[in-house]
Design a protein around this ligand. Structure first.
Ligand SMILES: C[S@@+](CC[C@H](N)C(=O)[O-])C[C@H]1O[C@@H](n2cnc3c(N)ncnc32)[C@H](O)[C@@H]1O
Length: 435
């Protein structure tokens, strides 16, 4: 008889899947188990069955992994934020490298793996986040509180008395309810805490306010210092969430880019200009594009504030802007791509392939979409030479990566299943002609 939801089974776990769960197999079905680790024997209860996959809840760890450790947050397991606090930190980094290899082989269809460097650890593994979003809720007696969504129950909010990965230590559940139904966004910049309110569509409703005094801060800019550079931003603008790793981050990007004084560098999805500005004194010119006009205003301000006169920024979609560069016959040497987690659209990939920069630095916080896009570049003639994973988000399933693609010419890119199939198809056409 088949396994069904509610059944309890014992499993040996054989892998750590991308997305945070460990994986076992039973009756030719794959079973995903949260809060477990490859190599463990566990007792689980099946929660859901979907085609050939089973999703289970962990009941008992019968044989623990030597990599298992005690979670440091009392909310771990019920909070949707962290997935890996039960795994020691060095092993979390090893897991990311293995997951990346699997994604390149399975999703990207790569036949040979590029050099994948050991994942860079975050200097801070607690109190590293500079931002949390708090949801308003009421307890059974009608008293308001702030909290986080429960894991797998996004409509249930639990009171957040502490979050050890956020920069500030406080009982956030007890913050005074200043705007009903609105989320309270708590952030720090260069050590200073502030907050503002936004609605469910991410539109800012009120703020910013000083965290200590609750006084209005007006439309004051915030700033982040990274090495010798200062980056201004609007109080609600996007900035990387883990400042402790940013100097190393921009150093790896610079090393991969191998900039020289005559180079034209494209900074696509540039936000407030972080990567382009970090490299600007080493190249001839930086052209940056970003869809959010407010971020572009800050990119311009940041270039000026850091004494750089060789950066030009445009508010536009990457797709339109890249097509425009192609029409103008622009020949970039280096192209940095840092898209959202959803990765690149086909239009963006196609335009970059035609612009044919010598070196492509693709930065990604979405490894599955990266693996998909990477194959498109290598099939066009780029060699994926190396990847540096970075743990920007310790104890969570997410990781960041920086990759280097080098132009080698059509047919000379990293081999993938897709390219091989194309070659075989072309070969069979040719042999038909020859006959
Ligand atoms: C991962 S962030 C990178 C920001 C920046 N590189 C940084 O490090 O601060 C992705 C950025 O892409 C922008 N974006 C999203 N879709 C876009 C598009 N189609 N064209 C241009 N920019 C886009 C977002 O506004 C966001 O700022």
């Amino acid at each position: 008889m088949g396994i069904k939801p509610g059944d309890e089974i014992v499993l040996n776990l054989i892998d750590n899947a991308f997305g945070g769960e460990a994986v076992g197999r039973v009756n030719n079905l794959v079973v995903f188990v949260p809060f477990a680790i490859k190599g463990e024997t566990v007792k689980v209860r099946i929660r859901q069955k979907k085609r050939r996959m089973l999703f289970a809840d962990l009941l008992e760890v019968i044989e623990p992994s030597p990599e298992r450790t005690t979670p440091f947050c009392p909310n771990f397991g019920s909070c949707g934020g962290c997935q890996y606090q039960h795994i020691n930190y060095p092993y979390q980094l090893e897991i990311f490298v293995k997951q990346l290899k699997d994604l390149l082989l399975r999703t990207g269809g790569f036949l040979e793996l590029p050099e994948i460097l050991p994942a860079l650890p975050s200097p801070k593994t607690t109190r590293y986040r500079n931002r949390i979003d708090l949801h308003p809720a009421e307890d059974a007696s009608g008293s308001p509180f702030y909290g986080f969504c429960k894991r797998m129950e996004p409509k249930t909010i639990f009171p957040l008395k502490e979050c050890p990965i956020f920069a500030l230590e406080d009982d956030f559940s007890a913050l005074p309810m200043r705007m009903e139904d609105k989320l309270l966004v708590l952030r720090t910049h260069s050590g200073k805490p502030y907050y503002y309110f936004k609605d469910n569509h991410n539109l800012v409703c009120s703020g910013p306010f000083d965290y200590e005094t609750s006084e209005s801060l007006g439309d004051e800019d915030v700033f982040y210092d990274v090495g010798k550079l200062r980056f201004f931003n609007s109080y609600s603008g996007f900035f990387q969430v883990n400042p402790s790793l940013l100097e190393v981050f921009s150093k790896v990007v610079t090393d991969f880019a191998q900039p020289s004084e005559s180079d034209l560098l494209l900074d696509i999805y540039c936000g407030a200009g972080f990567f382009g500005i970090s490299l600007a004194d080493k190249v001839k010119e930086v052209l940056g594009v970003e869809i959010d006009p407010s971020s572009i205003a800050y990119a311009k301000k940041n270039a000026r504030a850091n004494g750089l006169a060789n950066c030009r920024y445009t508010a536009d979609s990457a797709e339109n802007y890249l097509r425009g560069l192609l029409e103008q016959g622009v020949k970039p040497d280096i192209c940095i791509l840092d898209p959202p987690r959803t990765g690149l659209t086909n239009k963006a990939v196609s335009a970059v392939k035609h612009l044919q920069p010598k070196r492509l630095i693709y930065i990604s916080c979405g490894p599955p979409t990266f693996a998909r896009d990477a194959a498109k570049f290598t099939d066009a003639g780029y060699l994926l030479s190396k990847i540096q994973p970075l743990d920007l988000f310790p104890h969570t399933k997410h990781f960041e990566l920086i990759s280097l693609f080098e132009w080698k010419g059509k047919g000379s890119g990293s081999p993938t299943k897709g390219a091989l199939a194309e070659k075989e198809e072309a070969g069979s056409d040719f042999s038909c002609e020859a006959e």
